[in-house]
Design a protein around this ligand. Structure first.
Ligand SMILES: *[C@@H]1O[C@H](CO)[C@@H](O)[C@H](O)[C@H]1NC(C)=O
Ligand SMILES: *[C@@H]1O[C@H](CO)[C@@H](O)[C@H](O)[C@H]1NC(C)=O
Ligand SMILES: *[C@@H]1O[C@H](CO)[C@@H](O)[C@H](O)[C@H]1NC(C)=O
Ligand SMILES: *[C@@H]1O[C@H](CO)[C@@H](O)[C@H](O)[C@H]1NC(C)=O
Ligand SMILES: *[C@@H]1O[C@H](CO)[C@@H](O)[C@H](O)[C@H]1NC(C)=O
Ligand SMILES: *[C@@H]1O[C@H](CO)[C@@H](O)[C@H](O)[C@H]1NC(C)=O
Ligand SMILES: *[C@@H]1O[C@H](CO)[C@@H](O)[C@H](O)[C@H]1NC(C)=O
Ligand SMILES: *[C@@H]1O[C@H](CO)[C@@H](O)[C@H](O)[C@H]1NC(C)=O
Ligand SMILES: *[C@@H]1O[C@H](CO)[C@@H](O)[C@H](O)[C@H]1NC(C)=O
Ligand SMILES: *[C@@H]1O[C@H](CO)[C@@H](O)[C@H](O)[C@H]1NC(C)=O
Ligand SMILES: *[C@@H]1O[C@H](CO)[C@@H](O)[C@H](O)[C@H]1NC(C)=O
Ligand SMILES: *[C@@H]1O[C@H](CO)[C@@H](O)[C@H](O)[C@H]1NC(C)=O
Length: 781
C-alpha cells in the first residue's frame, strides 16, 4: 500500500519532469542535428539553421515552423512537404537552391510565410506557372537575391499575399494582370539593398495592377526616369522609398510629386538621388510644388548635396508635415531660412552636414534618356509673406540686450538633430525666440567653450553635447533650460573646470535632471557640492575619468538608482561615500554601482571597504570581473577576500601593538635612567626655577611654629661681625629673631642637643661663611 503511494508519487514527479522537458529544446528524431521545440499546441518548431544540410529531411505531420536557413540545400524535391499541412512558416533562405520543381510546395496549403531569399533560383517557363499553386494561404513571400536574371513566377493563386519581396529586372519581371487578383498585396519591396533591382524606367504600366499597394520600396533600383502617372493610380500608397537612385536627381522627381496628391502618401524618402560627388544642388519650388496638396507627414532628403533651397520652397510643404530629414547635405546660409516660420515641422534631422564621403563610392551609370525631360527653373517669390512673418514674430521679446545674439526657431519645432556637422564655435550669449524645443542633439561637433547662457529653452528636456572637445563651461550656461531631464556631455574635457566649481553652480539650475552623463571627461576630482541641486537624479555616469576619490554629496538624490564610476583610478570607496550609498538604499530598492575597471586594492587600508562589500545592499555590477590589484582574487567573492584580509591584518595589528609597547617600555626605561642619573641637577634646576618665580616676591609668612626665624652659625672669630653688624642690622631693623649660640643656647645642655634644637626651632639656618669659618674646627653647625 505504502509502496504503491510512493510509486504513484514518483510517477507524478516523473511526469512533471517530463512535461518540463517537453518545453525544452531537444534533438529532432528525423534529424538529430536539428533542434525541436514543442509549441503550446503540441506542434513542433524545428530549427535546422546552419547545419550543412544538403537534402531536405522528411518532416513529421505536426511541424508548424521550420527553419532550414543557411544550409547547402540545392533543390526542393517534388512532394518533400506533402505531409506538412500544418506548416505555417518555412525558411529556406541562404541555401544553394537553383531550381524549384512543379510540386515542390505540394501540401503546404496552410503556409503563411515562405522565405527563399539568397538562393540561386531562376524561373523556367515549365514550372513557373504552377509551383506556387498550393500556397493559397501565403501572406508573406520573400524571394530576393536569387538569380541575376530575375525571378518571376505565376502568383495568381496567392490571393492572400500581403507582403512580396522580389527581385526586379527590366524585361524579365512584370507585374502583369495576375497581380490584379492579389487584392491584399499592400507591401511591395523591390529594394536593391536586399536583392537585385534594375528598373530603368517607371511607366504608368509598371504598377498598373498593384492598385492596393501601400508600402512601396524602390530604393537602389537604378531608376533613371519616371514618367508622369507612374504612381497616380496607387491611391492607397502611404510609403514610397526612391532613395539611392542616383540618376534621378531633383528634376526626376517632378513627375513623382505631381502624382502624389492622388495617393495617400505619408512618408516620402528620396535620399541620395544625386551622385556622391555631384555638384551641389538647389531644391526648387517646381520640384515639389504639388506636395502642397498631399497630407504628407515625413520627408527624407538626405545625401543630396543640397546647398540651397529656393526661397518659398518651405511654403510649398503641407501643414501636415511633421518630420524632415535633410541630413548629410551641405547647406549654406540663405534667404530661404526666412521661411522657417511657415513650416509646421516638429522634428528636423540636419546631422552630418559637410560629412566626407568614401572616395571609392562608384558613380551610378546613367542612361541618357531623351524623352524630352522637362526641367524647371527658379520662379520669383511673389508674396513676401515670409519676411513679413519674421517681422510679425514676437520672438524679439526675449531679446535681452545687445550682447545676446537672437536665434530664431520655428514655432512648432520640438526636436533638432544636429550631430556631427563639423561646426566649430563657442556658445556666446544666445537668446532664442519663443519655442517648444524639447530635444537637441548637437553631439560630435566642436562647440569647445560653453559660455552662454542660452536663454529661453523652457521646454528642453534632452540635451546631447557629447563629443565636443569642450574644456570650459560657465556657471550660468545651463540656466536657460531648467526643465532638462537628460544631459549628455560625455567625452569632453570638463575635467578642466568642474573641479573648481566648489559651490556647485554649474548644474544648479537643473533641478529635475534625471540622467547625467559625465563619462570620459578627464575629471581628476569633484567638489563635494557639485551635484547639490540634482535631487531627482536617477542615473549618473562618471566612468572613464581620472577620479582617485569620490566624496561628492548624494544623500539628497533619493531616486538615484544607477551610478557608473567604472574605469577611474579608485582604489577604494571611503566610508563617508559608502555610508551615503547605504543610506540611499533605504529609498531606492535596486541601487546599482559599476566600479569595474578600477585598481581596487585589497590591503589592510581598504579592509573597511571590503567589509562593506560583503554586507551592503547596493548591487555592484561586474564584480566577477573585478580583480584586486594586490591580491589575485575576484571581488565577487568578497567574503573570502575579507576573511583573508582580516587574518592578515589582525596579525599585522598584533605586531603593531607589540612593537609599540616595546618602544614605550624602552623609552620609559631610558627616560627613567636619565632622570635618576641627573636627579640632583634636576632638583637644583627645579628650585632655581621655583625660587625665581616665588623666592623674593613671596613675602615671608609669619609662622608661629618656630621660636626663631633663623639660627646663625658662625666661627667665633667672627663675633664682632655677627654682633655688631649682622644682628644689629637683622634683628633691630629687619625684626627677625635670630638664634645665636652665645646668647640663646641653654647652658648646661649638651652642645649637640643645643644645636639640634636650635635648628629645629629655627625656620632657616644662616651660615656666615668666611675664612675664619673655614679655618675653625669648632663650628656650630
Ligand atoms: C559545414 O561544412 C564546412 C565544410 O564543408 C565546415 O567547415 C563547417 O564547420 C561545417 N559546419 C557545421 C555546422 O557542421
Ligand atoms: C517561426 O520561427 C521564427 C524564428 O525561427 C519566428 O520568427 C516566427 O515568428 C515563427 N513563426 C511562427 C508562425 O511561429
Ligand atoms: C547559379 O546558377 C547558375 C546557373 O543557373 C550558375 O551558373 C551559377 O554558378 C550559380 N551561382 C551560384 C552562386 O551557385
Ligand atoms: C497564371 O496562372 C493562371 C492559372 O493558374 C493562368 O490563368 C494565367 O494565364 C497564368 N499567367 C501567366 C502570365 O502565365
Ligand atoms: C484579405 O484580407 C482580408 C482581411 O484582412 C480577408 O478577410 C480576406 O480573406 C483576404 N483575402 C482576400 C483575397 O481578400
Ligand atoms: C546576394 O547573394 C550573393 C550570393 O549569391 C551574396 O554574395 C550577396 O551578398 C547577396 N546580396 C545581398 C544584398 O544579400
Ligand atoms: C487609373 O485609374 C483610372 C480610373 O480609376 C483609369 O481610368 C486609368 O486608366 C488608370 N490608369 C492606369 C495607368 O491604370
Ligand atoms: C538623421 O539622418 C541620418 C542620415 O540619414 C541618419 O543616419 C540618422 O539616423 C538620422 N537621425 C535620426 C535621429 O533620425
Ligand atoms: C514626366 O513625364 C512626362 C510624361 O511621361 C515626360 O514627358 C517628362 O519628361 C517627365 N519629366 C521628367 C522631369 O522626367
Ligand atoms: C521689417 O521690419 C523692419 C523694421 O521693423 C523694416 O525696416 C523692414 O522693412 C521690415 N521688412 C519687411 C519685409 O517688412
Ligand atoms: C518648465 O519648468 C517650469 C518651472 O521652472 C514649469 O513651470 C513648466 O511647467 C515646465 N515646462 C515644461 C514644458 O515642462
Ligand atoms: C572660460 O569661460 C569664462 C567665461 O565663462 C572665461 O572668463 C574664461 O576665460 C574661460 N576660460 C578659458 C580657459 O577659456
Amino acid at each position: 500500500m505504502f509502496a504503491k503511494i510512493i510509486i504513484n508519487y514518483f510517477a507524478i514527479v516523473m511526469l512533471i519532469v517530463y512535461e518540463v522537458d517537453c518545453r525544452d529544446r531537444f534533438p529532432c528524431k528525423f534529424d538529430s542535428s536539428c533542434v525541436c521545440v514543442y509549441t503550446e499546441k503540441t506542434l513542433l518548431r524545428v530549427d535546422c539553421a546552419g547545419k550543412n544540410i544538403t537534402v531536405i529531411p522528411l518532416f513529421p505531420g505536426n511541424v508548424e515552423n521550420v527553419s532550414l536557413a543557411n544550409n547547402r540545400i540545392q533543390s526542393v524535391e517534388n512532394g518533400v512537404f506533402k505531409y506538412n499541412s500544418q506548416l505555417l512558416f518555412l525558411d529556406l533562405s541562404k541555401n544553394e537552391i537553383y531550381q524549384l520543381a512543379s510540386e515542390s510546395f505540394q501540401g503546404l496549403f496552410n503556409l503563411q510565410t515562405l522565405i527563399i531569399n539568397n538562393n540561386n533560383i531562376s524561373s523556367t517557363v515549365s514550372q513557373s506557372n504552377v509551383v506556387f499553386e498550393p500556397l493559397v494561404a501565403l501572406r508573406y513571400l520573400d524571394m530576393k537575391n536569387n538569380s541575376n536574371t530575375g525571378f518571376a513566377f505565376n502568383v495568381s493563386s496567392l490571393t492572400n499575399l500581403e507582403t512580396l519581396k522580389i527581385d526586379f529586372v527590366d524585361g524579365e519581371t512584370y507585374f502583369g494582370t495576375e497581380y490584379k487578383a492579389l487584392r491584399n498585396l499592400t507591401n511591395l519591396d523591390l529594394s536593391g539593398y536586399s536583392g537585385h533591382c534594375l528598373m530603368k524606367i517607371l511607366t504608368p504600366g509598371t504598377f498598373e495592377y498593384l492598385s492596393n499597394v501601400q508600402h512601396l520600396d524602390l530604393s537602389k533600383c537604378r531608376i533613371n526616369f519616371i514618367s508622369s502617372g507612374a504612381f497616380k493610380n496607387l491611391s492607397y500608397l502611404d510609403f514610397l522609398d526612391l532613395s539611392d537612385n542616383r540618376c534621378l536627381e531633383f528634376t526626376g522627381i517632378i513627375n513623382v510629386t505631381n502624382d502624389l496628391p492622388s495617393t495617400s502618401i505619408k512618408v516620402l524618402r528620396i535620399n541620395k538621388i544625386h551622385q556622391t560627388f555631384a555638384l551641389n544642388t538647389e531644391l526648387l519650388k517646381c520640384h515639389i510644388k504639388n506636395l502642397r496638396n498631399t497630407n504628407i507627414i515625413e520627408i527624407h532628403l538626405d545625401s543630396n548635396r543640397l546647398q540651397l533651397v529656393e526661397p518659398g520652397v518651405l511654403k510649398m510643404l503641407p501643414k501636415t508635415l511633421k518630420r524632415v530629414s535633410i541630413a548629410d547635405n551641405q547647406f549654406t546660409y540663405g534667404e530661404y531660412l526666412l521661411d522657417m516660420f511657415s513650416v509646421s515641422v516638429d522634428d528636423v534631422n540636419i546631422s552630418y552636414m559637410g560629412m566626407s564621403h568614401y572616395l571609392k563610392d562608384m558613380d551610378e551609370q546613367c542612361d541618357t534618356i531623351s524623352l524630352g525631360g522637362s526641367s524647371c527653373g527658379r520662379e520669383p517669390d511673389i508674396d513676401q509673406q515670409s519676411i513679413k512673418e519674421i517681422n510679425k514674430t514676437d520672438s524679439l521679446q526675449t531679446y535681452v540686450d545687445d550682447q545676446f545674439i537672437p536665434i530664431f526657431i520655428p514655432h512648432q519645432l520640438k526636436r533638432i538633430h544636429f550631430r556631427q556637422c563639423k561646426v566649430r564655435y563657442y556658445f556666446p550669449k544666445l537668446s532664442l525666440s519663443n519655442n517648444l524645443l524639447e530635444y537637441i542633439d548637437a553631439s560630435f561637433n566642436t562647440f569647445y567653450d560653453w559660455r552662454g547662457p542660452i536663454l529661453n529653452l523652457k521646454h528642453l528636456k534632452f540635451l546631447d553635447l557629447s563629443n565636443n572637445f569642450c574644456s570650459n563651461v560657465s556657471k550660468i550656461f545651463f540656466i536657460g533650460g531648467p526643465n532638462l531631464t537628460t544631459l549628455l556631455v560625455q567625452n569632453n574635457l570638463l575635467g578642466f573646470v568642474l573641479p573648481d566649481d566648489h559651490t556647485g553652480e554649474t548644474f544648479a539650475a537643473l533641478t529635475i535632471l534625471k540622467t547625467l552623463n559625465l563619462a570620459d571627461n578627464r575629471i581628476p576630482n569633484l567638489p563635494v557640492t557639485i551635484f547639490k541641486s540634482q535631487k531627482n537624479l536617477r542615473t549618473l555616469n562618471l566612468s572613464g575619468n581620472m577620479l582617485e576619490n569620490v566624496n561628492f554629496e548624494m544623500i539628497h538624490m533619493t531616486k538615484l538608482s544607477n551610478i557608473d564610476i567604472s574605469d577611474n583610478r579608485l582604489s577604494l570607496l571611503e566610508v563617508s561615500f559608502t555610508k551615503q550609498l547605504d543610506d540611499l538604499t533605504k529609498h531606492v530598492r535596486h541601487l546599482t554601482v559599476d566600479m569595474s575597471g578600477n585598481p581596487i586594492k585589497c590591503t589592510c587600508d581598504s579592509i573597511d571597504f571590503i567589509k562593506w562589500l560583503t554586507t551592503t545592499k547596493v548591487v555592484l555590477l561586474y564584480k566577477f570581473q573585478q580583480e584586486c590589484s594586490s591580491m589575485k582574487m575576484y571581488l565577487n567573492d568578497s567574503l573570502t577576500v575579507y576573511d583573508q584580509l582580516r587574518k592578515k591584518c589582525s596579525s599585522y595589528a598584533t605586531t603593531i601593538v607589540a612593537v609599540a609597547s616595546w618602544v614605550v617600555i624602552f623609552a620609559v626605561a631610558i627616560i627613567g635612567g636619565l632622570l635618576y642619573r641627573y636627579r640632583w641637577k634636576i632638583r637644583y634646576l627645579y628650585y632655581i626655577v621655583k625660587s625665581k618665580h616665588q623666592g623674593y616676591i613671596k613675602p615671608m609668612e609669619v609662622d608661629n611654629d618656630y621660636l626663631y626665624d633663623a639660627f646663625i652659625s658662625y666661627a667665633d672669630d667672627d663675633d664682632m661681625f655677627v654682633y655688631s653688624k649682622f644682628l644689629k642690622h637683622v634683628e633691630e631693623e629687619g625684626h627677625i629673631i635670630c638664634c645665636v649660640h652665645k646668647r640663646d643656647f641653654i647652658p648646661g645642655k649638651e652642645i649637640a642637643t643645643n644645636i639640634t634644637s636650635a635648628i629645629h626651632n629655627s625656620r632657616k639656618t644662616v651660615v656666615v661663611m668666611s675664612h675664619n669659618f673655614l679655618a675653625s674646627r669648632l663650628v656650630f653647625v
